[in-house]
Design a protein around this ligand. Structure first.
Ligand code: KG4
Ligand code: ZN
Length: 339
């Protein structure tokens, strides 16, 4: 069957067409229209603008995702119903409902967090992933740890008390005057610093607390205080920016890895899976892989383009963990939808 996957939960308009038969998947198209340029000047996502852009982009991205195919070839339409920015989610939902009504095809709501976890199965054999798994979803909006017994069964075991890890990358990048989105920019600057001895010491919030929760707002504040204490010449220097980027990235990775590993040991996980935009971070992937493999567990992470928001993970989640809406009018955007 051919499933169309639509995601408008944040600032990317993403649509993909996936062919799925048994446990074989083929990506027929995967289009992501980024709004980065638009939101850059605000240093973050401005929901009203994002909503307007989704409305404008959806028909164009849909057409591109079809290529030469006819809309009638689509067998089911999957759309993110939450969590995310509600005005943005509604744009995707309205588009999906119209299409499902017009084509008389099933409409399948998808949880964006579950999709970030199941993105691990886009390029990996289903059977090769041994359960139970501990899953870390790290994105601009979420930092959550789950225990997964099988597809469709997840138990939330920890989450951030304040900012998400991606939000911390973005806010620190803004403090350092680097631009948006901060994650890739911090990663690049950190790589340029790597290998040198740093004089800055940033906190590892909540690392030794007896739970699986996270907190990143104090880390951002520590960067802000350090920045403010520096003479303007230092603050603007490449060396300082690289050093702060490196230290921020290390602090975030340290906390994420420590808590994920603790959960994996305690729940006797066979696999650790990560997903979400921050999981695209090369240094994080490297450190996770080394440490988790050294403890005899498997490590799984989607390739970078499937860590950040995309329509393929939405279509695949609808296929692997199907839900169906019979009365299209009942489908609602749920900004805080739980898994
Ligand atoms: O999953 P995603 O595309 O959207 C949400 O669901 O939030 O994640 C976006 C987040 C942003 O905060 C961005 O800065 C971060 O992922 N990100 C990264 C990297 N690429 C994207 N963070 C660190 N390193 C990266 N390479
Ligand atoms: Zn996401």
């Amino acid at each position: 069957m051919k499933i169309l996957g639509i995601d408008t939960s944040c600032d990317d308009t993403a649509i993909a067409l996936l062919r799925a038969e048994g446990s074989e998947f083929e990506i027929l198209s995967n289009i992501v229209s980024s709004q980065v340029e638009l939101h850059k000047k605000y240093g973050g996502v401005y929901p009203f603008l994002a909503k307007r852009e989704h409305q404008k982009n959806l028909p164009v991205v849909f057409k591109k995702s079809l290529g030469r195919r006819k809309p009638e070839e689509i067998d089911a339409i999957a759309v993110t119903s939450g969590p995310g920015l509600e005005p943005c989610l509604w744009q995707g939902i309205n588009f999906a409902v119209d299409l499902a009504e017009k084509l008389k095809k099933p409409l399948m709501p998808v949880n964006h967090i579950e999709a970030h976890i199941l993105a691990n199965f886009i390029e990996r054999d289903l059977e090769s992933v041994k359960m139970p798994a501990v899953c870390l979803v790290v994105s601009g909006g979420h930092t959550s740890l789950f225990l997964m017994k099988k597809i469709g069964r997840y138990q939330l075991i920890g989450e951030t008390r304040d900012d998400a890890a991606g939000e911390c990358f973005d806010k620190v990048a803004r403090i350092l005057g680097m631009g948006y989105p901060g994650g890739p920019l911090i990663a690049k600057a950190a790589a340029e610093f790597n290998g040198k001895k740093s004089s800055v010491e940033l906190p590892r919030p909540m690392i030794h607390q007896k739970n699986y929760n996270f907190s990143f707002s104090g880390l951002k504040t520590a960067v802000l205080y350090n920045y403010k204490s520096q003479p303007s010449k230092v603050r603007k220097s490449k060396e300082y920016i690289r050093e702060m980027a490196f230290e921020t990235q290390e602090a975030i990775i340290d906390v994420l890895l420590y808590k994920t590993l603790k959960a994996a040991r305690n729940f006797k996980a066979k696999t650790v899976m990560i997903g979400g935009g921050v999981a695209a971070n090369e240094e994080l992937r490297k450190q996770f892989k080394e440490k988790i493999n050294s403890e005899g567990m498997s490590f799984s992470v989607p390739s970078g383009k499937f860590c950040t928001d995309n329509g393929v993970m939405i279509a695949l989640t609808a296929y692997l963990s199907p839900k169906r809406v019979m009365d299209f009018k009942k489908l609602k955007a749920e900004g805080n939808l739980n898994i």
